[in-house]
Design a protein around this ligand. Structure first.
Ligand SMILES: [Zn+2]
Ligand SMILES: [Zn+2]
Length: 269
């Protein structure tokens, strides 16, 4: 980031300007100068005009129909509503249906310090853990675990498709050998440098062969909670690739994850 970022943040570092952005967000159509001023509720027209001017260009555009938010303005208001800058929320721990695939212990879900997690209460295994904005827990207290499952699967799909979940920049994935935790999938953003980590097997979660294999056994893998997918933690590392076996009702499906995290199904010998 450069001085441009400083100038951009400087332009919105004002309570009245935030109110202008929110008023434009809430309006269905562009607003005229006087409509906008009325909604923001500022008497002093000169003062209002000064602050609106600071937003014009990058955050707000003036068209023939009136003032409207630009993409940057919408993103900023979205970030404000996510609560990530202003709120603190905490939920749980609440019990989660099912048991730990490592030890059979009871599970619990929690949200605190902008982190959502599903943990085993017995063996300290974090089955799911990551940063989540406070808006996430709105109306989701009752089924926190399912919501976290959906959230992390969506993030995984996003980085798998090559988009950084922080900045939307291009992401490259690679396989990394971790002697303590088994093979890992590491995604790194080429723009912001943000990294995302998961087990190597997790990249196969929505592979067509896996979806079909579950379907043949009467299951929809997309609705099986991540912490119940036991093979996610069982990959082995060999010849620069990760090897995973999915087992259902005594049938097996072999998967190979290569260095660039491409998934394939080798012919059985
Ligand atoms: Zn456990
Ligand atoms: Zn990024």
């Amino acid at each position: 980031m450069s001085g441009d970022a400083e100038a951009a943040f400087g332009a919105v570092a004002d309570e009245l300007r935030i109110r202008i952005l929110r008023a434009l967000w809430e309006a269905d159509d562009p607003l005229s100068f006087s409509e906008l001023r009325e909604r923001v509720d500022v008497r002093d027209s000169g003062r209002f005009n000064y602050h609106l001017g600071k937003l014009r260009g990058r955050f707000v555009e003036q068209t023939d129909d009136g003032y409207d938010l630009r993409f940057a303005g919408s993103r900023l208001v979205g970030a404000l509503y996510s609560g990530v800058f202003t709120e603190e929320a905490s939920v749980g721990p609440v019990p989660v249906e099912g048991t730990c695939t490592s030890c059979g212990g009871a599970l619990e879900a929690s949200y605190e310090d902008e982190r959502g997690r599903v943990d085993c209460t017995d063996c300290d295994v974090a089955l799911l853990s990551g940063g989540v904005p406070p808006a996430f827990v709105d109306d989701r207290e009752d089924d926190l675990a399912t919501a976290l499952d959906g959230y992390f699967r969506t993030m995984l799909r996003e980085v798998r498709a090559g988009f950084c979940t922080q900045c939307s920049g291009p992401v490259a994935g690679r396989l990394k050998h971790d002697p303590d935790h088994g093979p890992r999938a590491v995604f790194k953003c080429e723009r912001c440098g943000g990294t995302f980590r998961g087990t190597a097997a997790a990249v196969a979660l929505d592979h067509a062969a896996v979806v079909a294999f579950y379907f043949e056994h009467g299951l929809d893998v997309r609705t099986v909670p991540i912490w119940e997918v036991d093979w996610l933690h069982d990959a082995t590392y060999e010849n620069d690739t990760a090897h995973v076996t999915v087992e259902l009702d005594g049938d097996e499906l072999d998967l190979v994850v290569d260095e660039s995290l491409a998934v394939s199904t080798p012919e059985r010998a």
